[in-house]
Write a protein that binds this ligand. Structure first.
Ligand code: SAM
Length: 240
């Protein structure tokens, strides 16, 4: 059963999200385990300050190494006390490798993950060098902190764990699973404000529906994500 730990200055915010909806239910059923930890608890100064001025000047403050390192050490200790291997450690950084469903599938095979969130202007580089197995960015934009990024990674990885979604089909048919974006989805009523559901979906002919969906998926990817479409075609050519 996979375990995800998040080291952050905002553990309550992260835990509240993880305890909701599908992931919250999965945790209550014992299918996954999530823990959020307060980095500030590991400071050694009275003010419980976690940041300091950047060497070389510049605006903003930088999170210093010691509380992050001590927090990581304690989390590793707790994980190993459960008889698990050392967690795979990911630092959330704007300069990290771009995140994708491929990465989610790879991380989903880990026994446990430790996601470390920066804040302010970021984290002292030396603690990243010392502790990160990898750095991940969730996109080409800058967030105020790594919390939302860590939740994106935790959510996309934990939903792939056995039993979390009702059926494996739930994620296998979704966007990006096979490198394509998903076909459009419809629910009741059959006609909404003059817009009818595509008739094939009401036909009951499953082979016909599957063909239509595959076609829609391919065409939408070609139009909306030519980069993914090109990659998909390349893969198909290689497999031939
Ligand atoms: N000074 C940093 C830079 O220019 O790369 C940005 C620091 S950002 C304001 C504060 C924290 O938010 C980072 O340490 C990181 O943990 C998180 N963060 C911001 N953007 C992110 C992104 N696209 N993906 C992952 N984490 C991000």
């Amino acid at each position: 059963m996979m375990r995800v730990d998040i080291a952050t200055l905002f553990p309550d915010m992260c835990q509240r999200v993880l305890d909701e909806s599908i992931l919250g239910r999965a945790a209550r059923k014992g299918l996954i385990e999530t823990h959020c930890h307060q980095i500030r608890d590991y400071t050694l100064n009275k003010q419980k300050q976690t940041d300091d001025y950047p060497y070389g000047g510049g605006c903003g403050m930088v999170m210093y190494a010691q509380p992050i390192q001590d927090c990581c050490r304690e989390i590793i200790r707790q994980v190993q006390a459960q008889g698990r291997p050392r967690p795979h450690i990911v630092f959330m950084t704007a300069a990290g490798s771009p995140y994708s469903e491929e990465t989610a599938k790879r991380l989903a095979r880990c026994d446990s993950l430790l996601l470390v969130c920066g804040h302010y202007e970021g984290i002292d580089e030396r603690v990243i060098e010392a502790w990160a197995d990898e750095e991940i960015s969730i996109g080409d934009y800058v967030l105020t902190g790594g919390e939302l990024a860590s939740l994106v990674v935790a959510d996309s990885v934990l939903r792939l764990q056995p039993g979390v979604l009702a059926e494996a089909k739930g994620y296998q048919e979704e966007s990006y699973w096979d490198g394509l974006i998903e076909y459009p989805q419809y629910t009741r009523p059959e006609v909404w404000e003059g817009r009818a559901v595509p008739p094939v979906l009401l036909s009951g002919n499953h082979a016909e529906i599957a063909r239509w969906r595959a076609g829609q998926s391919l065409e939408r990817t070609r139009l909306r994500r030519p980069d993914l479409y090109e990659k998909y075609c390349e893969k198909q050519r290689k497999n031939r």
